[in-house]
Design a protein around this ligand. Structure first.
Ligand code: UDX
Length: 459
């Protein structure tokens, strides 16, 4: 953890207001940032949806949680094929008025512990506008990687050139010049969202960065140096790369689902580096056929595995389940849980590989533990993250095309049993070392956190 810097050195303690996007992959890094700022002496006020409350018992004194009332209907979509961009625009619209009410009340109440600023998720341009109206400076937290934001920034120019929207499937593998190693397919963020909606959504994200007093990214210089420089040039605001946040924060959990910790006992009994951890994050989904192929792929690979099947992983009206014979075929060699303590799992000595959907948190958590990846991106930034794992960091490879048991078996064998996998493992260890160094005293992320703290104190 970082050194204590006296945020209260100017008399009254300062407070930072925070509003995460109400999804697991966004709540985690925002709460980790909250912990980092709290450890530097700031009071923290977290806004949250009334339907999506964090657990105050998991946080120390100095935290405050403020519900933002919304109409009861469901604002949060689930499943890989949901129109997330459309939902994000609707959430922004619907939350503005209730958030303005809540923010006003908080500002009136907190005269003594003056609110320095509001940190919003980069998908919350609407909430940033509210803060601007009420005269509160904003910082924006981008919970994804730098490469992804660079691609979002380039999106309008690609549309102007007529490269996007995709005209023809034959162009999917077109290289994207400055965005190398990305291909056009990596920028087709959703199969269901109309192009206009996607454009507006990405525009708002970039706008939020440009309108902020500073952009915070959960990444680190040694990982994404070139892309961070492009962002600093394009955004014209201070850029703070202060990740990996989960390694700097106190480790207090903000999981919305209960984590099954028995899998750690099971991992204790496995050989070092032998287990494949399989998880697709909090939103990605698969159909029943894919579940069956995954099950047999894992069974046939003969590698020990820990597989997270969350309650809504399979989007299906009928009862879903693992195929007959799977349990017998994998007895003693596999464990299935509905939600895992992922960071601890990835840090466990028994885990030797991660089959992931490449949400940014999962990607970064894997990098920090030196675990090589089998990548199976579903939507949004995940394709970009997977591409970087394969082509830039070279710590894994993508499992492309239709999900089939033989393909899975070949992929798992490549990672665990072949020389190619060993090379990836070595590179993953090297990246882990870099991640470890940047959060030490004098490391880049720690130094940038100092700058961020000074900047907040100056608001
Ligand atoms: C979403 C998007 O899908 C992702 O692309 C974007 O980068 C962030 O928001 P999500 O799909 O949930 O996130 O993936 P990810 O970013 O990997 O976040 C999942 C989080 O849940 C991670 O912090 C992971 O540690 C945690 N997790 C996951 C658990 O605690 N237990 C599990 O069993 C699985």
């Amino acid at each position: 953890a970082g050194e204590k810097t006296p945020a209260s050195s100017r008399g009254a303690s300062r407070r930072v207001l925070m509003f995460p996007l109400p999804f697991q992959g966004h709540i985690n890094p925002m709460m980790q940032l909250a912990d980092v700022l709290h450890s530097r002496g700031f009071g923290v006020t977290v806004f949250h949806l009334a339907s999506n409350p964090p657990d105050p018992a998991r946080r120390p004194a100095g935290y405050r949680f403020v519900p933002v009332g919304v109409p009861a209907d469901n604002l949060l979509p689930t499943g890989s094929d949901a129109d997330f961009a459309g939902a994000l625009l609707r959430i922004n619209e619907r939350l503005q008025a209730p958030f303005q009410d809540s923010l006003r009340v908080v500002l009136e109440e907190e005269e003594e512990r003056a609110a320095a600023c509001l940190v919003v998720d980069s998908n919350f341009r609407g909430m940033q506008v509210v803060a601007e109206r009420l005269g509160v400076p904003t910082l924006v937290l981008r919970t994804g990687g730098a490469a992804c934001l660079v691609a979002y920034m380039a999106f309008p120019a690609l549309c102007d050139k007529g490269v996007l929207p995709l005209q023809d499937q034959s162009q999917l593998d077109m290289a994207l010049g400055d965005l190398q190693p990305l291909r056009l397919r990596d920028l087709v963020f959703s199969a269901t969202t109309p192009h206009e909606t996607m454009s507006t959504c990405l525009e708002r994200i970039v706008e939020s960065a440009r309108h902020s007093s500073g952009l915070i990214l959960n990444t680190f210089n040694d990982l994404e140096d070139a892309d961070l420089r492009k962002i600093a040039d394009g955004a014209s605001v201070p850029v703070y790369a202060i990740g990996p946040l989960h390694k700097i924060s106190t480790g207090a959990q903000s999981s919305l689902l209960a984590q099954d910790r028995t899998c750690l006992d099971w991992l204790d009994k496995q050989e070092a580096g032998s287990v494949l951890y399989v998880s697709f994050g909090s939103l990605a989904s698969m159909d029943q056929e894919e579940l069956v192929e995954t099950a047999w792929g894992l069974a046939n690979s003969r590698v020990p595995f820990l597989w997270v099947i969350r309650p809504n992983l399979v989007q299906c009206s009928e009862k879903v389940g693992l195929p007959d014979g799977f349990e017998e075929a994998t007895r003693g060699r596999g464990m299935v849980v509905s939600w895992a303590p992922q960071q601890e799992v990835l840090g466990h000595h028994a885990v030797g590989g991660f089959w992931t959907h490449n949400g940014w948190n999962s990607t970064l958590e894997s990098i920090c533990e030196g675990v090589p990846m089998i990548c199976r991106p579903h939507f949004a930034d995940q394709m970009i993250n997977a591409r970087y794992v394969q082509e830039v960091w070279k710590t894994g490879f993508e499992l492309e095309g239709k999900l089939e048991r033989d393909k899975i078996k070949i992929g798992v064998t490549k990672l665990f049993d072949q020389a190619e996998g060993e090379v990836m493992r070595q590179r993953a260890r090297d990246l882990k070392n870099k991640a470890t160094l940047c959060i030490k005293k004098g490391g880049t992320s720690q130094t940038i956190i100092d700058l961020l703290v000074n900047s907040i104190m100056s608001f």
